[in-house]
Design a protein around this ligand. Structure first.
Ligand code: MN3
Length: 241
Protein backbone atom coordinates (compact mmCIF):
# COMPACT_ATOMS: atom_id res chain seq x y z
CA UNK A 1 0.00 0.00 0.00
CA UNK A 2 1.53 3.31 -0.99
CA UNK A 3 1.54 6.32 1.27
CA UNK A 4 -1.43 8.01 -0.41
CA UNK A 5 -3.59 4.90 -0.01
CA UNK A 6 -2.44 4.42 3.53
CA UNK A 7 -3.44 7.95 4.50
CA UNK A 8 -6.76 7.61 2.73
CA UNK A 9 -7.59 4.30 4.38
CA UNK A 10 -6.52 5.61 7.76
CA UNK A 11 -8.80 8.61 7.39
CA UNK A 12 -11.72 6.42 6.29
CA UNK A 13 -11.15 4.22 9.29
CA UNK A 14 -11.39 7.17 11.65
CA UNK A 15 -14.49 8.29 9.76
CA UNK A 16 -16.05 4.89 10.44
CA UNK A 17 -15.18 5.11 14.12
CA UNK A 18 -16.55 8.61 14.43
CA UNK A 19 -19.82 7.87 12.73
CA UNK A 20 -20.30 4.32 13.90
CA UNK A 21 -21.68 1.28 12.14
CA UNK A 22 -24.94 2.91 11.06
CA UNK A 23 -23.10 4.80 8.42
CA UNK A 24 -25.53 6.56 6.17
CA UNK A 25 -28.05 4.51 4.30
CA UNK A 26 -29.29 7.07 1.78
CA UNK A 27 -28.67 5.61 -1.65
CA UNK A 28 -28.25 2.22 0.00
CA UNK A 29 -28.48 0.39 -3.29
CA UNK A 30 -25.50 2.41 -4.50
CA UNK A 31 -23.33 1.57 -1.54
CA UNK A 32 -23.20 -2.15 -2.10
CA UNK A 33 -20.09 -2.31 -4.23
CA UNK A 34 -16.80 -0.75 -5.10
CA UNK A 35 -15.94 0.43 -8.57
CA UNK A 36 -15.83 0.02 -11.45
CA UNK A 37 -19.34 1.44 -11.36
CA UNK A 38 -22.27 0.80 -13.67
CA UNK A 39 -25.46 2.75 -14.37
CA UNK A 40 -28.30 2.43 -11.91
CA UNK A 41 -31.48 1.36 -13.73
CA UNK A 42 -33.74 4.24 -14.64
CA UNK A 43 -36.77 2.35 -13.34
CA UNK A 44 -39.20 3.73 -15.96
CA UNK A 45 -39.28 4.38 -19.70
CA UNK A 46 -37.80 7.51 -21.22
CA UNK A 47 -41.31 8.53 -22.22
CA UNK A 48 -42.78 8.02 -18.73
CA UNK A 49 -42.39 11.60 -17.53
CA UNK A 50 -43.98 13.23 -20.58
CA UNK A 51 -45.12 15.93 -20.98
CA UNK A 52 -43.19 17.34 -18.03
CA UNK A 53 -39.81 15.95 -18.96
CA UNK A 54 -39.62 14.82 -22.57
CA UNK A 55 -38.43 11.42 -23.74
CA UNK A 56 -35.59 12.74 -25.89
CA UNK A 57 -34.12 14.67 -22.97
CA UNK A 58 -34.41 11.64 -20.69
CA UNK A 59 -32.76 9.40 -23.28
CA UNK A 60 -29.79 11.70 -23.86
CA UNK A 61 -29.49 12.56 -20.18
CA UNK A 62 -29.48 8.93 -19.07
CA UNK A 63 -27.71 7.17 -21.95
CA UNK A 64 -25.11 9.86 -22.78
CA UNK A 65 -24.50 12.33 -19.96
CA UNK A 66 -24.92 9.90 -17.07
CA UNK A 67 -22.92 7.23 -18.88
CA UNK A 68 -20.09 9.69 -19.53
CA UNK A 69 -19.75 10.49 -15.82
CA UNK A 70 -19.58 6.78 -15.02
CA UNK A 71 -17.09 6.02 -17.80
CA UNK A 72 -14.86 8.90 -16.78
CA UNK A 73 -15.06 7.94 -13.11
CA UNK A 74 -14.11 4.35 -13.92
CA UNK A 75 -11.22 5.57 -16.05
CA UNK A 76 -9.95 7.76 -13.22
CA UNK A 77 -10.16 5.10 -10.49
CA UNK A 78 -7.00 3.06 -11.12
CA UNK A 79 -4.18 4.56 -9.11
CA UNK A 80 -6.45 7.15 -7.48
CA UNK A 81 -6.58 5.50 -4.06
CA UNK A 82 -10.36 5.13 -4.40
CA UNK A 83 -10.36 1.73 -6.13
CA UNK A 84 -11.66 -0.09 -3.08
CA UNK A 85 -14.31 2.38 -2.00
CA UNK A 86 -18.02 2.51 -2.68
CA UNK A 87 -19.47 5.66 -4.17
CA UNK A 88 -20.60 7.23 -0.90
CA UNK A 89 -17.12 6.74 0.60
CA UNK A 90 -15.64 8.44 -2.43
CA UNK A 91 -18.09 11.36 -2.22
CA UNK A 92 -17.39 11.75 1.51
CA UNK A 93 -13.62 11.65 1.23
CA UNK A 94 -12.78 13.28 -2.10
CA UNK A 95 -10.80 16.51 -1.88
CA UNK A 96 -11.78 19.71 -3.62
CA UNK A 97 -8.69 19.67 -5.77
CA UNK A 98 -9.24 16.10 -7.01
CA UNK A 99 -11.39 17.50 -9.77
CA UNK A 100 -11.76 14.47 -12.06
CA UNK A 101 -12.95 12.18 -9.26
CA UNK A 102 -14.94 14.99 -7.66
CA UNK A 103 -16.86 15.88 -10.82
CA UNK A 104 -17.47 12.38 -12.09
CA UNK A 105 -18.24 10.70 -8.77
CA UNK A 106 -20.65 13.57 -8.14
CA UNK A 107 -22.13 13.15 -11.61
CA UNK A 108 -22.68 9.46 -11.02
CA UNK A 109 -24.10 9.77 -7.52
CA UNK A 110 -26.27 12.86 -8.06
CA UNK A 111 -27.93 11.46 -11.17
CA UNK A 112 -28.48 8.06 -9.58
CA UNK A 113 -30.44 9.78 -6.80
CA UNK A 114 -32.19 12.07 -9.29
CA UNK A 115 -33.61 9.21 -11.42
CA UNK A 116 -35.13 7.72 -8.29
CA UNK A 117 -36.71 10.95 -7.16
CA UNK A 118 -38.72 11.21 -10.38
CA UNK A 119 -41.76 9.10 -11.18
CA UNK A 120 -45.00 9.25 -13.15
CA UNK A 121 -46.63 7.82 -10.00
CA UNK A 122 -46.01 10.54 -7.52
CA UNK A 123 -47.68 9.48 -4.33
CA UNK A 124 -47.64 12.23 -1.76
CA UNK A 125 -45.60 13.28 1.25
CA UNK A 126 -46.12 11.02 4.26
CA UNK A 127 -47.75 12.59 7.30
CA UNK A 128 -44.39 12.58 9.03
CA UNK A 129 -42.60 14.29 6.15
CA UNK A 130 -45.41 16.78 5.68
CA UNK A 131 -45.24 17.71 9.37
CA UNK A 132 -41.51 18.35 8.99
CA UNK A 133 -42.08 20.41 5.84
CA UNK A 134 -44.78 22.48 7.51
CA UNK A 135 -42.58 22.97 10.53
CA UNK A 136 -39.59 23.98 8.39
CA UNK A 137 -41.23 26.06 5.69
CA UNK A 138 -44.77 26.89 6.82
CA UNK A 139 -46.60 24.75 4.25
CA UNK A 140 -45.98 22.33 1.39
CA UNK A 141 -46.67 25.15 -1.04
CA UNK A 142 -44.19 27.44 0.72
CA UNK A 143 -41.57 24.68 0.57
CA UNK A 144 -42.12 24.23 -3.17
CA UNK A 145 -41.81 27.98 -3.67
CA UNK A 146 -38.58 28.17 -1.68
CA UNK A 147 -37.08 25.17 -3.50
CA UNK A 148 -38.10 26.61 -6.88
CA UNK A 149 -36.68 30.00 -5.98
CA UNK A 150 -33.37 28.38 -5.04
CA UNK A 151 -33.39 26.49 -8.35
CA UNK A 152 -33.96 29.70 -10.31
CA UNK A 153 -31.20 31.46 -8.38
CA UNK A 154 -28.42 29.08 -9.39
CA UNK A 155 -25.98 30.82 -11.70
CA UNK A 156 -24.62 28.36 -14.26
CA UNK A 157 -24.84 24.62 -13.72
CA UNK A 158 -25.70 22.97 -10.44
CA UNK A 159 -28.26 21.26 -8.27
CA UNK A 160 -30.87 22.16 -5.70
CA UNK A 161 -31.47 19.79 -2.80
CA UNK A 162 -33.81 19.15 0.07
CA UNK A 163 -31.62 17.73 2.83
CA UNK A 164 -31.83 16.63 6.43
CA UNK A 165 -29.14 18.69 8.14
CA UNK A 166 -27.09 17.92 11.23
CA UNK A 167 -29.79 19.41 13.47
CA UNK A 168 -32.22 16.92 11.89
CA UNK A 169 -34.05 19.80 10.27
CA UNK A 170 -35.05 20.05 6.63
CA UNK A 171 -33.17 22.62 4.63
CA UNK A 172 -32.70 23.67 1.02
CA UNK A 173 -29.15 23.63 -0.32
CA UNK A 174 -27.71 24.50 -3.72
CA UNK A 175 -24.44 23.19 -5.10
CA UNK A 176 -22.42 24.11 -8.18
CA UNK A 177 -21.49 21.74 -11.00
CA UNK A 178 -21.63 18.13 -9.73
CA UNK A 179 -20.93 18.89 -6.09
CA UNK A 180 -23.42 17.68 -3.52
CA UNK A 181 -24.30 18.23 0.16
CA UNK A 182 -22.24 15.25 1.34
CA UNK A 183 -18.94 16.69 0.16
CA UNK A 184 -16.59 17.93 2.85
CA UNK A 185 -16.48 21.55 1.76
CA UNK A 186 -20.24 22.00 1.41
CA UNK A 187 -20.98 24.93 3.76
CA UNK A 188 -24.43 23.60 4.71
CA UNK A 189 -24.16 19.82 4.41
CA UNK A 190 -26.94 17.30 4.82
CA UNK A 191 -28.35 14.00 3.68
CA UNK A 192 -30.06 14.34 0.28
CA UNK A 193 -33.81 13.66 0.29
CA UNK A 194 -34.84 15.25 -3.02
CA UNK A 195 -32.78 16.86 -5.75
CA UNK A 196 -33.23 18.67 -9.05
CA UNK A 197 -30.69 18.88 -11.85
CA UNK A 198 -30.26 22.49 -12.98
CA UNK A 199 -27.78 21.79 -15.77
CA UNK A 200 -29.13 22.99 -19.11
CA UNK A 201 -28.75 19.44 -20.48
CA UNK A 202 -31.59 18.48 -18.12
CA UNK A 203 -34.15 20.74 -19.80
CA UNK A 204 -32.84 22.73 -22.76
CA UNK A 205 -34.31 20.60 -25.57
CA UNK A 206 -37.85 21.21 -24.33
CA UNK A 207 -37.64 24.39 -22.32
CA UNK A 208 -34.65 26.26 -23.81
CA UNK A 209 -34.11 29.33 -21.60
CA UNK A 210 -37.36 28.78 -19.66
CA UNK A 211 -35.85 27.22 -16.57
CA UNK A 212 -38.84 28.45 -14.62
CA UNK A 213 -41.18 26.23 -16.65
CA UNK A 214 -38.89 23.22 -16.16
CA UNK A 215 -38.83 23.75 -12.41
CA UNK A 216 -42.61 24.18 -12.30
CA UNK A 217 -43.04 20.94 -14.29
CA UNK A 218 -40.78 19.06 -11.91
CA UNK A 219 -43.47 19.21 -9.21
CA UNK A 220 -45.68 17.01 -11.40
CA UNK A 221 -43.16 14.16 -11.41
CA UNK A 222 -41.62 14.22 -7.93
CA UNK A 223 -41.53 10.69 -6.53
CA UNK A 224 -42.81 11.43 -3.03
CA UNK A 225 -42.65 7.77 -2.08
CA UNK A 226 -38.88 7.93 -2.56
CA UNK A 227 -38.60 11.20 -0.63
CA UNK A 228 -40.63 9.69 2.23
CA UNK A 229 -38.31 6.68 2.31
CA UNK A 230 -35.21 8.86 2.21
CA UNK A 231 -36.56 10.95 5.07
CA UNK A 232 -37.30 7.91 7.24
CA UNK A 233 -33.89 6.39 6.55
CA UNK A 234 -32.02 9.61 7.13
CA UNK A 235 -33.65 10.07 10.54
CA UNK A 236 -32.59 6.60 11.58
CA UNK A 237 -29.16 6.54 10.07
CA UNK A 238 -27.83 10.05 10.03
CA UNK A 239 -24.06 10.11 9.73
CA UNK A 240 -24.11 13.29 11.78
CA UNK A 241 -25.13 11.49 14.93
MN1 MN3 B 1 -27.60 16.04 -15.47
Amino acid sequence: MDRKNFIRNASLLSFGVLYGPKLFSQGKSLVKSNGPFSPDPLGYDYVALEPYIDARTMEIHYSKHYKAYIDNLNKALPGSGYENHDIVSIIRSVEEKESVIRNNAGGYYNHSLFWKSLSPNQGKPSEKLERAIVSGFGSLEAFKNAFSKAALGIFGSGWVWLVLNKDKQLSIVTTANQDNPLMKWCPNPGIPLLELDIWEHAYYLKYQNRRKDYVASFWNVVNWKEVNKNYDESLENSFFS
